[in-house]
Design a protein around this ligand. Structure first.
Ligand code: CDP
Length: 211
């Protein structure tokens, strides 16, 4: 394994990606990248600029020209959108923006560059193990029962989550999917400590295999 260790964490909304990512980051001394926030920031900017979400070229052009900065909160074109990206309006818009192939090509390049600049990382999203980092050292695919996921995302509401999951799984460009070599973990009944121990063991095996 090279020094740029990438751990890919994919899965649907509320499956536990961010909680696991944070726990692993402190143990592995790596930073986390929430790629969902890159799509959310783009959706927030499109809403601010009143660009029709279904206008693929206009949204693609916006993505090409926008400047993302995750070093101090979440900033896009010098606007701090850290809170705005969790709003109902962004929840409703993000999966439409994320289905745009032009947006995905810009953001995937930005995500790869981020990992390069940070010496790898714990990267979470929907297509990380399948598309963005197909050579990640360890790929995890988290799931949890629908009721449990909705409970974890009580603020957002079941309907909005179901809609995002449906759009994310059925879009033609990089749909939410489990890479064939990913480890499937159902977090419904597991404590965070149990998930972390299981994953740390997988990382040890992957590192051992590479020595
Ligand atoms: O935190 P949660 O799992 O609810 O969602 P998120 O990771 O913040 O992602 C928000 C949305 O961004 C998803 O519903 C997808 O539409 C999109 N997304 C994506 O298409 N590809 C990624 N790698 C990450 C997120």
């Amino acid at each position: 394994m090279t020094e740029a260790l990438v751990i890919a964490i994919d899965g649907p909304a509320g499956s536990g990606k961010s909680t696991l990512g944070r726990a692993l980051a402190s143990r592995l001394n790596l930073q986390t990248l929430d790629t969902g926030a890159t799509y959310r920031a783009m959706a927030a900017l499109a809403l601010r600029r009143n660009i029709e979400l279904t206008n693929l070229d206009a949204i693609g052009e916006l993505a090409r020209s926008a400047v993302l900065d995750f070093d101090h909160g979440v900033r896009i074109d010098d606007i701090d959108v850290s809170e705005e990206i969790r709003s109902d309006a962004v929840n409703a818009a993000v999966s439409v923006v994320a289905a745009n192939a032009l947006v995905r090509s810009v953001l995937v390049a930005w995500q790869r560059d981020w990992a390069q600049r940070h010496g790898g990382g714990i990267i979470e999203g929907r297509d990380i193990g399948s598309v963005v980092f197909p050579d990640a050292a360890v790929k995890l695919y988290l799931t949890a029962r629908a009721e449990e996921r909705a409970k974890r995302r009580a603020d957002e509401g079941q309907e909005s989550i179901d809609r995002r999951d449906r759009l994310d799984s059925t879009r033609s460009t990089s749909p939410l999917t489990m890479a064939p070599d990913a480890h499937l973990i159902d977090t419904t009944e597991l404590s965070i400590d149990e998930v972390v121990s299981a994953v740390m063991a997988m990382i040890d095996v992957a590192r051992g295999a590479d020595r």
